[in-house]
Write a protein that binds this ligand. Sequence first.
Ligand SMILES: Cc1cc2nc3c(=O)[nH]c(=O)nc-3n(C[C@H](O)[C@H](O)[C@H](O)COP(=O)(O)OP(=O)(O)OC[C@H]3O[C@@H](n4cnc5c(N)ncnc54)[C@H](O)[C@@H]3O)c2cc1C
Length: 424
Amino acid sequence: MRIVVFGAGVVGVTAAWYLAADGHEVTVVDRQPGPALETSFANGGQISASHAAPWANPRAPLTILKWLGRADAPLLFRPRMETAQWRWAIQFLIECLPGRTLHNTIQCVNLAVYSRDCLRALRATTGIEYDQLTRGILEFHTDRKAFAAAASAVELMRAHGGDREVKTVDECVAIEPALAACRERLVGGIFTAGDESGDAQRFTQELARLAAARGVAFRWGTSVESLVTDGIAVRGARCRSEADREQRARESIHTEVYIVALGSGSPQLLAPLGVPAPIYPVKGYSATIEVGSHRGAPTVSLTDLDRKLVFSRFGDRLRIAGTAEIGGHGTGLDRIRCDALIDRTFELFPDAGARESAKFWAGLRPATPSNVPLVGATRYRNLFVDTGHGTLGWTMACGSGRALADLIAGRKPEVDFAFTKPRK
Ligand SMILES: Cc1cc2nc3c(=O)[nH]c(=O)nc-3n(C[C@H](O)[C@H](O)[C@H](O)COP(=O)(O)OP(=O)(O)OC[C@H]3O[C@@H](n4cnc5c(N)ncnc54)[C@H](O)[C@@H]3O)c2cc1C
């Protein structure tokens, strides 16, 4: 079949890869001049299958209230006069109910664990390199109450294939010796030996290159503006490229199957068609520092749960990422939030690298209120979605792409997940 994938982030490119592997004729369309130039550009790098718990949980509303109005808060709600934001926020509160949290956690863990397996298989067959490290992820805690709550949730994760283990402070330092520098602050940790890390942008760029060699076509600098339907199927997509813009023209793409993997840009295309897309951008920040000859940077990927930060090592670089801001589509950098990232890093790891080398970035997580992504069919028989991966797009990309290829081929996906279905 002829298939077009809209979006060349980590989610769109992996979907294109698996579809091409099934023998389809695939074209990827993106407004940027290359792959992974928006949210997949500089994320936290964690393949955190066993840490896939959603942000919407019974403790979240109180935490958000506590941090309201604090410019350096890890999780910040910036109220706007915008219906989409308030609708999303209300749905988020509903997803914080214990029953919803349990359901969403199971969905996320199932897809994330499956996705990690798909990534491993892809790596084995292609030999793809992306500064990957398979040394596990250690979530360390500096707050006793939060640690007790996290430790009590370990069993739930284990029951669904997450290989998490509670660790003492000494065990944490043995796993990651760089933690010795902040040992007195630690109260314990939770380790997942099977989790991984790697540079999502490098992965996406490499996979796009391999996909191109396999015959996947890429159309860069092309924005998709709307889809045209006859009520049953999509008949075409209205697009505009740089050249069209100069000539004030538009072009149409006509193909057999359309896949929307536009991250935070997905609702603009789907909502006018009546396809549910409860996705709101949740802004996050990252800093990347050069480690150089410094000896105090961690190599095991870490999660600082109390500050909601992650640390991943990509060769000679240390990436620190986190913070969540629910406040619109802007990606501008706020100095206070940049400083909060870097201050915490050097507080914990004084010899982590060259502070002045820090490169800051902000991106928009395409978040659903439940954190469960939208993968599968829609009410239009040739329109599929692969979007809304929020905090876990890198973790879930391979599994989502592989499962979507299965659905399109009429095969039953190998993962137990609530795929989107045509609405009658
Ligand atoms: C600070 C931060 C840290 C994170 N850390 C992690 C982590 O450690 N582990 C993890 O699993 N996930 C992490 N994430 C989440 C992860 O980065 C995202 O879920 C993932 O990148 C989303 O990928 P995507 O392909 O859906 O979106 P994107 O990468 O944004 O790709 C969407 C593409 O669509 C294109 N596009 C949009 N609209 C249009 C249009 N109208 N026409 C044409 N093209 C369009 C864009 O140019 C873009 O290339 C983090 C995110 C942030 C912000």
